[in-house]
Design a protein. Sequence first.
Length: 135
Amino acid sequence: MDIKITEFFKNAEPMNYSASCAEYGDNVGTITWNNAKKDSYFYELLVNDEQREYFREHVQGFGAWDKEEIDSWPDQELTAIFMQIISADMRESGLDEYCFDDIDWEEYQEGVEKGRYSGRIYLGVDGEVYYYLGR
């Protein structure tokens, strides 16, 4: 399933939601999680029940949480976790280092094809940015 993330992609500061101990210190997990929960109200990422359910199935594949725990997450937590996942992928690929209009999407695609990063983020033919959720 493809989820439109354009607003988040263009406006968010990914390091607020995905960072290292070198950047934020030993409490980085708590800091980035709290940032994501607080800011989740600003971004409409998972906009309907179908997308929320698909996302739940996607993260179940991580093996970090069981189905019962994932099913108990409120919308705020679903969005916050998604923000962290998107941010991590943006930072891994360097997409967070450029203004939107300066991104070389062909160069990014070459990196995807060479296996340097996942390639779940992509620019659609409609000019919108999407995140591919696989099951």
